[in-house]
Design a protein around this ligand. Sequence first.
Ligand code: DC
Length: 310
Amino acid sequence: MMKGRVRPKGGGGWGDSEPLIAQPLGTLGLWTTNEPRHGPSGRTEDERPSPQQRLSHPTVYHDGVSVIIRRCPLFTSLPTTRYPLPTTMIVTIDGPAGTGKSTTARQLAAQLGFEYLDTGAMYRAVAAECLAQSIGPTDQRAVGQLAKSLDITFHEGRTFANGRDVTGSLRSAETTETASLIARNPDVRTAMIAAQRRMADGRDIVCEGRDQGTVAFPQAGCKFFLTADREVRAHRRQQELAAQGRHVPLETLLAEQTARDQRDANRPIAPLRPADDAISIDTTHRDIDAVVRHLEARVRERIALNTKPK
Ligand code: DC
């Protein structure tokens, strides 16, 4: 779910000692010391240019765009070292159900101060609406039109379809099965990906699903693909259902899981597969906390790399 934007500590401007050049430039509308920082969170003090460096290398940040002030006579003779553009970062986590993806993604987002987008919930919301409107999942045209017309939003952990709270029906067996069927529909996928890109635009965000690193955000700054043994995945699902008071035999869950895996992996559009540049992690013998720590370390390494002066 998209949650309230939480900026990590120290994510403000570059400090109180900004001043000499910053304020005059601020009055030109180019930069003010009080502007929120646009770069990926977690940049450390050491990685930022010192005030002295900034005074002699007047790269100016404004709304994510780096402007070298060549036109201002005061600066024409100064060197024009560019510091990396402050941009937002998208982290993608893909993989089949039962690998711990959702919990990992949610916790990782919280650790990083990023937002979190559960794209599976979007397909589930379309499925829930199909069921509510008695639209058969194989009616390609009707399902496609429904998906296009559906405004899916998240608020405080709840999912809304055209303003209607559908959270309660998202995890039912019927919705789960229908979601897997409608996810093959190209019109549904086009509509979902467009909505995902709109939601991620300009944000630091962890996006979780099946095609986030391959199709929705091929430019993502950090991509992960989670896997786990099929029995372990089914067992996790069994425990999840048991917690809701539903007791389903492991064999039943294994059979359903295999059918959905095959559908996900073999569909012609956006099949489930790791992106070429994704880091794959087998979660079979790891607990969630260990997985989250591992991912967080990888993301912070990437942020540090991206923010080093070039
Ligand atoms: O992750 P989940 O189980 O909540 O996903 C529900 C369904 O949506 C599942 O059948 C796979 C599909 N899905 C998809 O095709 N692409 C995504 N990015 C996310 C989910």
